[in-house]
Design a protein around this ligand. Structure first.
Ligand SMILES: [Zn+2]
Length: 227
């Protein structure tokens, strides 16, 4: 999953408006931010595959240091603990944001998520492989429901998150089977293919999260200005 993670962030922020936005928005992408870094470091392995739709164009050959059940629990717990002294609520919401990434990846991933690093027991229901285009449509429908909830709930608190929704819509269009930059990256040849894949995965979560955090700051400062 890609843009669906940001939609979860929007819904979670609407559900917990008192929790600051950055533990949520960085949290939902944390496991993929680590994935990108581990690919560059050579700990994770990805293999170019132009048939790997809808937008990845790579097989996730070995991603156990971030996308295994055990490591997802460990990374999410450590991320939550960062906020323990700030507030228990923020720590729990940060944990939920981070672990949600692993949970919603399960239906889409092609049996590449191990139980623990090096385990041969893999989960992932493989919608990417079995329904290459419809899995993208499904992710959009999933996002629409969450973004719709986020919009209505935020509106009730007097917060307008329309710019956030427009931004995520642009991300959805860009990460379509036709426009995904990974299609070009997959053709670059070793080592540029996997190195740039790693950079794009990490930046592909950090940059949109930062933009969403800024848009939320703007939405909230407008409310303060009116009051
Ligand atoms: Zn992921």
């Amino acid at each position: 999953m890609y843009f669906g993670h940001f939609a979860i962030g929007v819904a979670l922020k609407a559900c917990q408006p008192k929790v600051s936005v950055w533990p949520i928005m960085i949290g939902v992408g944390l496991i993929d931010i680590l994935n990108g870094i581990f690919i560059i470091a050579g700990l994770d392995i990805v293999t170019p595959d132009l048939k790997a739709l809808p937008y990845l164009y790579f097989d996730l050959t070995y991603i156990d240091w971030d996308h295994s059940l055990l490591m997802a629990i460990i990374w999410s717990s450590l991320f939550g603990l960062l906020f323990w002294r700030k507030s228990r609520r923020t720590a729990i919401v940060a944990f939920i944001a981070a672990i949600s990434h692993f949970i919603v990846d399960i239906p889409l991933h092609n049996s590449d998520m191990a139980i623990f690093p090096t385990s041969q027991i893999k989960i992932g229901m493989g919608l990417w492989g079995s329904h290459p285009y419809n899995s993208w449509v499904l992710e959009i429908l999933f996002s629409i429901i969450l973004l719709g909830y986020g919009y209505v709930k935020s509106r009730k608190e007097g917060i307008n998150i329309l710019p956030q929704l427009v931004f995520i819509t642009l991300v959805i269009i860009q990460m379509s089977p036709w426009l995904s930059p990974m299609k070009i990256v997959a053709k670059l040849g070793n080592p540029y293919d996997y190195l740039l894949h790693g950079v794009l995965v990490s930046v592909g979560f950090i940059a949109p999260s930062l933009i969403l955090i800024l848009l939320y700051k703007r939405s909230y400062s407008r409310v303060k200005a009116i009051n």
